[in-house]
Ligand binder design. Structure first.
Ligand code: C2E
Ligand code: MG
Ligand code: MG
Ligand code: MG
Length: 287
């Protein structure tokens, strides 16, 4: 009886693996056709200065609208793109979309930042640095307009990541470590990289004020970032209490539904202008 049971279990596992592989393959094929048919677009989520609420930038977040109209989020398709080596082509598409959406705005607002997400494969050579520089030049924007976000997975090939990061910063492009605390973070390699920003992952922000053991970690992350000279962007702020907690502890920047959900670039510009206008009116009243 034991042998058939083991055999059966083995069969079930093999079948599951096969089904997963098929799903991955069909997703991969769908991504290829999405690239051909131009089904990707970007949403932009405001990044605010916590002390003033001012919008200092926006993170570009990729979306895929399939031919049947369904919207697919990056958490579903970026991992497949990364495994299938389609990611560098997708990143190229992201750069074109950013250039298309934001060039004009950046030339008029030289202090505004666009943050982009890169994957590990994008960091294999400095070609990405040249590509970003060409984009910036064609745009008439400045390197300081860009922030590149890299998750800890991007540091697996540490020596090449270090070279690319160094080269980005030499050109004046700032670099952020994304989703900090969720990956393979080893403090020793973090110290060996020359970064500008640390993005505190939403999982730690969620814990603020809950009294859960993990809620204590935020304070430690803030202290560590400060001791390493990293500026901080807190991710996933949903409540005023979370914002106040971070503000009191000197975290400079934040992102989250409390300030704005990811939106089209047109909407971002519209709301940015409304805020500028409101600030001017207030200044005029005060003065
Ligand atoms: P991320 O870079 O950490 O982006 C932040 C994610 O948190 C976004 O999810 C955003 O919509 C979500 N978020 C922001 N504020 C809040 C909040 O207050 N509450 C909650 N519950 N969620 C919030 P999204 O857009 O689904 O992106 C997921 C991930 O996909 C990103 O995480 C990033 O790692 C990856 N991704 C997105 N766009 C790209 C891209 O162009 N290239 C690459 N390589 N990865 C991308
Ligand atoms: Mg990001
Ligand atoms: Mg993040
Ligand atoms: Mg994240």
């Amino acid at each position: 009886r034991l042998v058939p049971a083991a055999l059966l279990a083995g069969l079930v596992v093999a079948l599951a693996i096969l089904m997963l592989a098929r799903r991955q393959l069909s997703m991969e094929a769908a991504l290829r056709s999405a690239l051909r048919r131009d089904e990707f677009f970007l949403c932009y989520q405001p990044i605010v200065r916590l002390q003033t609420g001012e919008w200092v930038g926006a993170e570009a977040l990729l979306r895929w609208r399939r031919a049947d109209g369904t919207l697919v989020g990056p958490d579903l398709f970026i991992p497949v793109a990364e495994q299938s080596k389609l990611i560098t082509r997708i990143t190229e598409r992201v750069l074109r979309l950013v250039a298309h959406d934001a060039c004009h705005f950046l030339t008029v607002h030289p202090d505004f930042h666009i943050a982009l997400n890169l994957s590990a494969d994008d960091l294999h050579s400095c070609a990405i640095v040249d590509r970003l520089c060409v984009m910036i030049r064609d745009c008439g924007a400045q390197p300081a307009n860009l922030i590149v976000e890299i998750t800890e997975r991007g540091f697996l090939n540490l020596s090449s990541a270090r070279e690319v990061i160094g080269s980005l910063r030499d050109k004046g492009i700032e670099v952020a470590i994304d989703d900090f605390g969720t990956g393979y973070s080893s403090l020793s390699y973090l110290e060996s990289l020359d970064l500008d920003f640390l993005k505190i992952d939403r999982s730690f922000i969620e814990a603020i004020g809950t009294g859960a053991p993990i809620s204590l970690v935020v304070g430690h992350i803030i202290a560590m970032a400060r001791s390493m000279g990293l500026r901080m962007i807190a991710e996933g702020i949903e409540s005023e209490a979370q914002a106040a907690f971070l503000r009191e502890r000197g975290v400079e920047y934040a992102q989250g539904f409390l300030f704005g959900r990811p939106m089209s670039f047109a909407e971002l510009v519209q709301r940015f202008k409304e805020r500028e206008h409101a600030a001017l009116v207030q200044q005029a009243r005060a003065g």
